[in-house]
Design a protein around this ligand. Structure first.
Ligand code: ADP
Length: 404
């Protein structure tokens, strides 16, 4: 009998999120999070299926210590990493560049390529690499699989992926649109087709992944043909703390006239812009509360957010030509009914509408919020990146048809 468990690791610079799944029924055996690694105030929160959460507050010095602490917690529940039931470890890797188009079993050559991509993902890839190396040291015999955030977008045609800049310079520095949140866009576009009872290969979907980071994608027949994030996750929609699209000359202006350094502008645009820059809050719940109280600054921030979103919906409608569904996902997309209603308001001529009652219903399941008989379905589809990483990992090491 083949092993049935997959451990999914999402290693950030100071955090590790993990889930242990049983692939026989895609159930979670345990989930958890280690935060503030390297600080005195580190915290590990571990929740076994059907059990009470446990917390540890002691300092956790590095990723190695973090993963060992996770392994200890799992062992307490009889789910130790030394178990023969563990089939593989699936790692979220943010940047896979142009060449990693599929989940990939990690070997030295793969590690070297992820490392080579550090210049285009300076925050994420080093943390992902540390997580992989730590896990390899713990279970050197086990297949480790990299699932790339960029992979789903590698099907974009050159007309969408290339920026209109000098080709030689672009190629020398590997500048192109890579896109991110790919695991979510893949999962949600497929789940949307399933919700409609259609084959993903015959379904065109606009996916709006609206979390703290946010991105849109145009998916034709299961393949991504355009996405809003670019060389880095800065481009595209207005996000919690990122500006999204703007005239690149703003950067020269801030350097020449504002006297700011490249690093200062990087921080400004990635951490102090978007909703937080516009109104001081990046949580959509707080922004809506302020809007309801008549706060004009929050209202303007909301309007700018919606205006950009609407532009991308229109753009991707044109890119696809025929749209079967618009799917909202992630923290804002799954929970903020006013965002969904405002983003599609006035688009009835395009066959797009939101039913007020359906939109107001909260739920954990994928559901339709368009009116009965609408030409284009509008859906709320909760994303599940960990399940998608586990599914892809398991399919690669065991085979998708064999779940026992
Ligand atoms: P990320 O993975 O990018 O950190 P999430 O997908 O978890 O983000 O989304 C987080 C965001 O979702 C929060 O910043 C908040 O704006 C929004 N959010 C979460 N719950 C709600 C809610 N009930 N209503 C409105 N917005 C919400």
């Amino acid at each position: 009998m083949s092993p049935t468990r997959v451990l999914v690791l999402n290693s950030g610079s100071s955090s590790v999120k993990y889930q242990l799944l049983d692939m026989r029924d895609s159930s979670r055996l345990a989930v958890g999070l280690v935060e503030r690694i390297g600080e005195q105030t580190s915290r590990l929160k571990h929740t076994p299926a059907g059990g009470e959460s446990r917390e540890r507050g002691a300092a956790i010095a590095d990723h190695d210590a973090a993963l060992k602490a996770v392994a200890e917690e799992l062992a307490k529940d009889g789910l130790g990493l030394d178990s023969p039931e563990l089939a593989a470890i699936g790692h979220r890797v943010v940047h896979g560049g142009k060449f990693f188009t599929e989940p990939t079993v990690i070997d030295d050559a793969v590690l070297a390529e992820i490392e080579r991509l550090i210049p285009v993902a300076p925050l994420h890839n080093p943390a992902n690499l540390t997580g992989i190396r730590t896990a390899q040291a713990l279970r050197p015999d086990l297949p480790q699989v990299a699932v790339f955030d960029t992979a789903f977008h590698t099907t974009m045609p050159e007309s969408a992926a290339r920026y209109a800049i000098d080709v030689k310079t672009a190629d020398e520095h590997r500048i192109r649109r890579y896109g991110f949140h790919g695991t979510s866009h893949a999962y949600v576009s497929r789940a949307t087709a399933e919700l409609l009872g259609k084959d993903p290969s015959e379904t065109n979907v606009i996916v709006l992944h609206l979390g703290n980071g946010a991105s849109a994608s145009a998916v034709r027949g299961g393949r991504c043909v355009d996405t809003s994030m670019g060389l880095t996750p800065l481009e595209g929609l207005v996000m919690g703390t990122r500006s999204g699209d703007m005239d690149p000359a703003v950067i020269f202006h801030l350097m020449r006239v504002g006297g700011m350094s490249a690093d200062e502008i990087d921080t400004l645009l990635n951490k102090k812009s978007g909703l937080i820059g516009l109104c001081g809050d990046n949580d959509m719940r707080e922004i809506r509360r302020r809007v309801d109280e008549g706060d004009e600054q929050a209202e303007l921030a909301f309007d700018i957010y919606i205006h950009r979103l609407k532009k991308y919906i229109g753009a991707y409608y044109a890119v696809l030509g025929r749209v079967d569904a618009v799917a909202f996902t992630a923290g804002v997309g799954e929970n903020a009914a006013p965002v969904r209603a405002a983003a599609l308001a006035g688009l009835e001529e395009l066959g797009l509408a939101v039913d007020g009652e359906r939109n107001a219903v909260r739920g954990e399941e994928a559901r339709l919020i368009s009116p009965e008989g609408a030409r284009v379905a509008v859906a709320v589809v909760p994303t599940d990146e960990e399940l998608e990483i586990a599914t892809q990992t398991y399919a690669l090491v065991i085979g998708s048809g064999n779940h026992t």
